[in-house]
Design a protein around this ligand. Structure first.
Ligand code: MEV
Length: 330
């Protein structure tokens, strides 16, 4: 696990000023929301952790006189010909070029990401962050936190409509963050936390999930307002649990959060089954993470050995893949 100052959750890449023809690089990692997804859209706090093992990388070089080109797993070709699902990448690239001085530069961008998309793990924000860092590296500049997040926000608004902004902060932070209304602060970690992330194998559209909650709020405001205020309370208590290292209490709050998210319609039978499987295998707690509908479940283990048992139980229960990650003490 990488370390960065707890007072600066953003960790910009080192600018090295790659010149003509030399590729410059940028990286970012996936994130998991531990508490507060959906509630955060309505101004409640949320808590997110970095998933260091899962990353996105961008490399970029100047190609004057040629058309700007993007090479990725999803699409390879000129930016002009990019299909709509590449919209966030193109928007992020334009915003990064603009923020570093010259939006008309012709470049070739390569993108490699191990983060599955539409799984609530911040794939689009991580790719945009990697691109923004690569562009800054190319120009020999360091984007400060706010400049980086302004670039990633442009990509995220194309990807998700009107996101809360938590993904953009979480994928750029080396440490857990508490996020609320556009502001992120690092959280100290009192005791090592080991999480197993299980993919349900089903895509979940964040925009669709957020729209569903908005509709339910319009139709049945009491249900959604109650859930939001309980999720906000859970998040605030969970921040204290992370600081004090109280895994058992943190785990039981995760289960409470999952039930509240289910009550506002963003869980699914597959996610509920994975939560049950994790609890059956002795997890302290488990919940869906991110937008829901499809996507992933996050389970809190007590030890590395137990994490292995949890991963096996989750795969046996139908998860096509799992990742184990730790959040180190600060
Ligand atoms: C997405 O990772 C989390 C949501 O709360 C949406 C958002 O915050 O923009 C579901």
């Amino acid at each position: 696990m990488h370390n960065s100052s707890p007072t600066d959750p953003s960790a910009p890449s080192n600018a090295r000023g790659a010149g003509l023809g030399n590729p410059a690089e940028g990286h970012a990692h996936a994130k998991a929301i531990l508490f507060g997804e959906h509630a955060v859209v309505y101004g409640a706090p949320a808590l997110a952790v970095p998933l260091h093992g899962l990353g996105a990388q961008a490399d970029i070089r100047l190609t004057p006189g040629r058309e700007t080109r993007i090479d990725s797993q999803l699409f390879s070709g000129t930016a002009q010909a990019a299909p709509p699902q590449m919209g966030p990448v193109v928007a992020g690239l334009c915003a990064a070029l603009e923020a570093t001085g010259d939006e008309t530069a012709e470049v070739q961008v390569g993108i490699r990401s191990a983060i599955p998309h539409s799984r609530g793990l911040g794939s689009s924000a991580a790719v945009a962050t990697a691109i923004a860092r690569a562009v800054a590296d190319l120009r020999g500049k360091v984007l400060d936190r706010d400049a980086l997040h302004a670039v990633v926000a442009r990509a995220e608004s194309v990807a998700h409509g009107r996101p809360s902004g938590i993904d953009a902060w979480a994928v750029a932070s080396q440490v857990p963050i508490r996020f609320q209304s556009g502001r992120a602060a690092a959280i100290d970690v009192g005791r090592r936390l080991i999480f197993v992330v299980a993919d349900s194998g089903l895509q979940g559209s964040t925009a669709e999930a957020v729209a569903g909650v908005r509709e339910l709020r319009a139709a049945q405001p009491k249900i959604v307002e109650t859930a939001i205020s309980h999720l906000a309370e859970l998040t605030e208590h969970a921040v204290d649990d992370v600081r004090s290292g109280d895994r058992a209490t943190l785990g039981s709050r995760m289960l409470d959060a999952h039930k509240l998210l289910r009550s506002i319609g963003v869980s699914s039978p597959a996610l509920d089954a994975l939560v049950e499987a994790a609890l059956g295998a002795g997890a302290h707690g488990a919940k869906l993470t991110g937008g829901g509908l499809g996507g992933c479940v996050l389970a809190l283990a007590d030890s590395d050995e137990q994490a292995e048992r949890l991963a096996l139980a989750l795969r046996t229960a139908g998860a096509p893949r799992t990742w184990t990650t730790e959040v180190s003490t600060t």
